[in-house]
Each structure stands twice: as C-alpha cells, then as structure tokens.
Write a protein that binds this ligand. Structure first.
Ligand code: SER
Length: 581
C-alpha cells in the first residue's frame, strides 16, 4: 500500500473523516495564486467556523509552491507536492497528536525510534516552554538529547497573519552513517518529515496576537520526501513516485538519467504541475498573468529542457509524459479523469505556440549575447514580446552563459507596454500583455460595480471574498449572512444597470497606500499591497485598489444580469452574473 492510503486509513481508524483535496487554485482567497499547504483551505474552520465533517479531519492536499521554481532541478525541490494532514478542530490536542504521529511512524511505517528526533517550542516572554510536548516525547521513548528546543523554528504561521501557534517537528536520520546520539539541527542529514502545529492563536495584519476560540491541531507531512525516505533513496526523483516518468523521459530522449538529471527533473516536475493546474476546476489556461503565467512558464521551461536533451519537441513527447502522470494520479484526483482531454489540449496548444517561435528566439538570443557580458532590457523585452520567452527563461539561458539580464529595465518596459494596452483596450491591442481580453476587462469593471451595488442594497459590511472571471461570466463571492431576497437581487441588478446607462467614466490614480485607505477605497487584503497602489474609480460610485485593466466608460458594458445567487461557504454568498449585448 502506498503512503497516502496508509496515512488515511490510520487516521480514519483514529476517528478522522477524510476530506477531499481542495482545488489547487483557492476558491475564496485571491491573496494567493495557489494552495501552498494542507491547512490553507481549512483556515475558516481553524478560526472557529463549524466544519460539516466534524472535528477530526484528514486528507492529502495538492499544493503548489512556485517561489523557488528556479530551484527545481536539484534532488529535493518540486513545484507541486502532496501534503498529508490531520486536523483537530477544538478536539484533541498535543497528547493525542504526538502519540498518533509516533504510532504511525513507528508501527505503520516501521521507522525505528533510533532514527527519529524532534524539536519543541523553547519558550519566550509571551508563550511558555512547551513542556507538555516535551514530556510526551520523553514518555514515548525519545531520549533527551534527541529533543531540540527552539523559538524561531517552532512557531508556525502561513505568511504574515492568520491562525498560528507553536509546533513540534519530527526529523528522520537520512544517512547510512551511524545516528549521532545528539540531535544537531544544523546537520542536514536530519530531515524534517512532519510538522505538528498547535494552533491556539490568531495574528492579525497589525501583528496583534489573540487567542482562537478553540485549540486546534494542524499537521503536515510531504508525500514526496517521506516516500523517498521510506524507499531509502537520497534523490526524491529516484523514488517510486517518479520512476516511470523519468524512465519515459530517458527512453524518449535516448539518454540515461545519470548525467542528465537536471533537465529530466525539470521536465518531470514542471509537466506534473502543469497537469494539475490545467485539470483544476478553475479552468486556468496559459496566459501572461497570475496562475496562467505560472502555467505558461512551467510548460515553456519544460520544452526548453526537452530540446536540450535532444528530444524532438514537435513530436508528442509531452502527451506521452502527461498520460503517464494522469494515469498515476487519477485514482486519487477525479478532476484528472474528468479533464484529461483539457489537460492534453492545453499542453499541446501551448507547445505548438511556443515551438513556432522558440528556434528563432534562441537564434536571436545567441546573436544578441555573442561577445557580451550582459543582456540589455530592449533585447530581453523583444524576446518576450516577439518570441514568447518568459523573462525567467531568458534569465536562465543567460545565467547558463554567465550573463546578467537588465531585469529592472525589462520591468519598466513591461509596465510601459501594459499601460499602452490598457489605454487602448478598445480592440486595437486586444489582449495586450495583460492577458485580459476585451470581454474579461468588461467583466472586471462589472465586478467593481456589483461590489459597490451590494454595499448600497445589502449593507456596508458586504466585502469581496473572491472573484473569478472567464469570457463567459463573472463570479463574485462576498461576505453576507443571508440568502439574498428576490427584491435585493433585483435592486442590485437595477443599480448596476443604472450606472452602466449613466456612462460613468473609469479613472485610475496612483497614491500611497495609507491615503487610499483613508479615502475609503475598497480593498481585500491591505497588507498584501505595495506602498504605492493604484486606485480605480468609477464615477463617484466605486473606488477600489486594483491592478486593472478596466474599460474607459461603463457605457461599454452592455446589460448586466444576475444568473444565480447561492451559498459559497458559511457566511459567504456567491453571485454568478453575465453581461449581455
Ligand atoms: N501548516 C503546517 C505546514 O505547512 C503543518 O501542516 O507545515
């Protein structure tokens, strides 16, 4: 049986309900592009909301972390990984959590106690030493020198604010050498395999810490790393998870893994992540913004490395690899089965698009860098604009030759171009660099109007909780404690249409963040914004912090119609609406 199944069975036997993995694109949290941890979709419940499945939950959650995307290529980094987790929502606490982790590791996975070490919270002015965890570990047979106490490494929070608390981390001795008696955190042969967080606090965006209504447990264990450990391999990509994919890449390229590890790992990792992003219900397609841009970068980087291995990039190599991945994971994730063709199409289309310009772009790159020590912004932008080279790809190519790229200059050109495409959003520059078509731009402006209308009709405490736009419709999630009445829906719709008919001008202004807040501009996650922000105003009815793009005048929107109003999650309602001609 594999690790995921063993884990779920074990925690189900301890009274947990298995919950399905949430989509990789968060449904109600536009502050992050992807779910980065198992606890992320559970934040509302860790904060006190009642979970429909009860107080003991477990799952394997699809996670994507792209902040160290460029590190992928070594033996441990992945952009996508699965995180095993078990939670107590105000149910059990430290005692059971530690006992069950220990039991699972030693009795189900048969890891010898001698190979384990742990850390516990050492104590600070605000929170005392975690003697409860310490004593529990001692009682289970972890000797004193194998328990390290830290402050910094034993407090866990996702980002800057949110539910948090002290934790205890479990380490495994990943080496053939004798296990040292004393656990030295600096010795990287000790690798962390499990993190049990005791979430008792909430830290707000100002840094103020308060107690949560309940004491929770949140644990996380990475599937890739633990599988490699259990199989006794030091390279994650040598484990059973990657075996078939690497073997296929090796056979397609006719090259051995040894000596070609970097490119093979990049292809395997990036295509797996691309499969999961494009299978997600959010319907992400390669583009030049947000998740779509990550997807584009992953596919294009994989293609570049396939080319490097001498693979015929116009063949169906990526389809073959994707099919192996789809088969491997579809029994765990139904969306892979449902969206198999979508995934294969996304990969094929993006490959064909990039392949048309890749060869020429590479030649251009060579010409521009011959006998040079750096690459200027104009060339980097030209590669992006004309040949579709994501700037990160240009940077990677350049660094392979020891060249620097003028990134600042590139960003400046990028912004100039974006501004140009925004102001000429009336068709001429359709799509532009922003990746937003004319229709999506209209929906974007309509979203601001809907937000403002709901505030007038339903109440000032309506706040945006999420939004999603396709060329067919808009979806808007907002805080609201009741189902909207027919009357409220009608009034909201009428108000939006009234503003459309008034032909209100849309204007944009840059200002310091504080000034924007003081002026009453609407925004979702203030702490996520830079010091200077752009505020879009629609006549006098709406002011929102936003990156755009928007139409120039509301008269461009057509007729606004609410199609559906439903619950999204507790305290959050969802409206689906369309713009008609
Ligand atoms: N949230 C913690 C982590 O991501 C434990 O699940 O490590």
């Amino acid at each position: 049986m594999n690790l995921k199944d063993l884990y779920i069975d074990f925690f189900v036997s301890k009274g947990h309900k298995r919950i399905p993995s949430a989509p990789v694109v968060p449904e109600n949290d536009p502050s992050v592009l992807f779910n980065t941890a198992g606890m992320q979709p559970l934040i509302p419940y860790l904060m006190g909301q009642v979970h429909p499945y009860g107080t003991r939950l477990c799952d394997y959650q699809k996670c994507i972390r792209t902040n160290d995307l460029d590190e992928v290529g070594d033996s441990t980094h992945h952009t996508f990984f699965e995180m095993l987790g078990n939670w107590s929502l105000g149910d059990y606490f430290k005692n059971e959590s530690i006992a069950w982790s220990f039991e699972f590791l030693t009795e189900v996975l048969h890891i010898p106690v001698e190979k384990l070490a742990v850390t516990v919270y050492a104590g600070s002015d605000a929170i005392p030493f975690d003697s409860e965890s310490y004593n529990k570990w001692r009682s289970l047979g972890i000797p004193e020198p194998r328990i390290a106490k830290t402050v910094e490494d034993n407090f866990w929070i996702a980002g800057e604010s949110g539910p948090c608390g002290s934790d205890t981390e479990i380490f495994y001795w990943r080496s053939e050498e004798d296990v040292p008696d004393i656990f030295d955190l600096e010795d990287n042969r000790w690798v962390e395999i499990w993190n049990n967080v005791f979430m008792e606090f909430y830290k707000d965006s100002e840094g103020k810490v308060t107690e949560l209504p309940k004491k929770n447990v949140d644990t996380g264990m990475g599937v890739e790393r633990t599988t490699a450990i259990l199989e006794g391999v030091h390279d994650n990509y040598a484990s059973s998870i990657w075996k078939d994919v690497i073997a296929l890449i090796s056979s397609i390229s006719g090259l051995p893994y040894e000596g070609n590890e970097k490119s093979m790992r990049i292809i395997a990792d990036h295509l797996r992540t691309a499969v999961f992003i494009s299978a997600d219900p959010a319907g992400i397609k390669p583009s030049n913004t947000d998740q779509g841009y990550i997807l584009r970068r992953l596919i294009r980087r994989a293609i570049r490395h396939a080319k490097r291995l001498g693979i015929d990039i116009n063949s169906d190599w990526e389809q073959q690899i994707a099919k192996i991945l789809l088969n491997q994971y579809k029994k765990y994730y139904k969306e892979l089965e449902d969206n198999e063709n979508v995934v294969l199409d996304v990969l094929k289309n993006e490959k064909e698009k990039f392949n048309r310009t890749l060869e020429k772009g590479l030649r251009e790159f060579e010409k521009a860098t011959r006998n040079k020590e750096s690459m200027d912004a104009t060339t980097a932008f030209h590669l992006y604009d004309t040949y579709g080279f994501p700037i990160e790809l240009t940077e990677e190519l350049a660094s392979e030759q020891g060249l620097k790229v003028d990134i600042e200059g590139f960003n400046e050109k990028f912004r100039e171009h974006q501004e140009l495409s925004r102001t000429s959003s009336q068709g001429k520059f359709k799509g532009g660099l922003s990746g937003n078509g004319e229709i999506e731009t209209k929906y974007h402006t309509a979203t601001h109007l809907l937000n403002a209308a709901l505030k007038q009709v339903v109440g000032l405490d309506v706040h945006q909780k999420g939004s999603n736009i396709t060329s067919e419709r808009m979806r808007f999630d907002f805080s609201c404690d009741h189902k909207l009445s027919e009357d409220e829906k009608q009034k909201t719709e009428d108000l939006v249409n009234e503003w459309i008919q008034l032909g209100l001008p849309v204007s944009v202004k840059e200002m310091p963040k504080n000034e924007a807040i003081q002026s009453g501009a609407e925004c979702m996650f203030i702490e996520k914004y830079p010091d200077i922000v752009t505020v879009y105003s629609i006549g006098d009815v709406s002011h929102e912090l936003c990156g755009g793009p928007h139409v120039n005048n509301t008269s461009e929107l057509g007729h606004f119609k609410i199609k559906k109003e439903e619950a999204s999650s507790a305290g959050v309602r969802r409206i689906k609406a369309v713009l008609e001609e």
